[in-house]
Ligand binder design. Structure first.
Ligand code: ZN
Length: 97
């Protein structure tokens, strides 16, 4: 890796991310307990998030859960990508505003 490559730490549980024009990311993760796919923008002060309920049941087998996840993931991905393409919010470094 050369010095110009940015080293980015991926939070635990983040499955994929989209880069916004402002250099933030929209991170995708899955909450197994609630069967929810979450997309959240890391842009400071943005706060955009999208939660997709995959309508899981606690009696689902791992295969059924996987099928639900794969069925709903494209929906969340599309919304996350759309947000990433439009989110240009930047905050002044060191600024609280
Ligand atoms: Zn955003």
């Amino acid at each position: 890796m050369n010095a110009s490559q940015k080293v980015t730490v991926w939070p635990a549980g983040v499955l994929a991310r989209f880069l916004t024009d402002a250099g933030a990311t929209v991170d995708l993760s899955y909450e197994a307990l609630s069967g929810t796919i979450v997309a959240a923008c890391t842009g400071e002060l943005c706060g955009w998030a999208e939660r997709t309920d995959t309508r899981g049941l606690c009696t689902d087998t791992p295969e059924q859960e996987r099928a639900r996840f794969e069925e709903w993931l494209p929906v969340t991905k599309k919304r996350a990508q759309t947000h990433a393409e439009h989110c240009r919010l930047m905050t002044r470094p060191g600024s609280a505003a």
